[in-house]
Design a protein around this ligand. Structure first.
Ligand code: ADP
Length: 185
């Protein structure tokens, strides 16, 4: 059985930064679907070729593709001690696909990262100056924030019903947020 912790929150909230630190500290797998998709793009795989323009535009990659990729990833050896999901689920269908495998991969907690839109836009555009990410542009950011509000934010309510959510203020020093967050593990 692999326990799963979900990091949920808007783009630019710092989920990836915190997830990689916590994962290393607690010996958990850090699974970022965004990183996985970018790797497919850079390797020019079939999935990468499909995903590239969607990623660039800030749109979501189709559920079926992401769900299969994620479920395969969860079966890897490094997940045995538990996994942090960073960027998944992003839609109700994705959340339901996790529910279907909950016997082997139970969700133990959903950490909800909270930050204001203006702060997120500022961070992502700043990151774009050095990240080399082709989706850290003004146009793509605005699409990503809209997609988040429409498709992903409703998942907070979905998980609240099961009393799984913990809210974290994602604005402040990275170390302070980390210290706060690590109490949840
Ligand atoms: P951010 O949180 O800054 O938007 P990510 O690295 O999590 O960055 O995601 C980058 C892009 O990868 C998304 O805009 C989307 O195109 C794609 N992506 C990542 N995860 C998913 C997912 N679970 N479902 C669909 N598309 C995804």
């Amino acid at each position: 059985m692999t326990e799963v912790i979900i990091f949920l929150g808007p783009p630019g909230a710092g989920k990836g930064t915190q997830a990689s630190r916590i994962a290393e500290e607690k010996n958990l797998a850090h699974i970022s679907t965004g990183d996985m998709l970018r790797e497919h793009v850079s390797k020019n795989t079939e999935l990468g070729i499909t995903a590239k323009s969607l990623l660039d535009d800030g749109k979501l990659v189709p559920d079926s593709l992401v769900i299969d990729m994620l479920i395969e990833r969860l079966k890897a050896d490094d997940c045995q001690n538990g996994a942090i999901l960073d960027g998944f689920p992003r839609t109700l269908a994705q959340a339901q696909s996790l529910d279907e495998i909950s016997e082997n991969f139970p969700i133990t907690k959903v950490i909800v990262f909270e930050a204001e839109q203006n702060e997120l836009i500022k961070r992502i555009l700043h990151r774009g100056e050095t990240s080399g990410r082709s989706d850290d542009t003004e146009e793509s950011v605005s699409v990503r924030l809209d997609v988040y509000q429409k498709d992903t934010e409703p998942l907070i309510g979905y998980y609240q019903e099961n009393n799984l959510t913990v809210k974290i203020n994602a604005v402040g020093e990275v170390d302070d947020i980390y210290n706060h967050l690590s109490k949840e593990f």
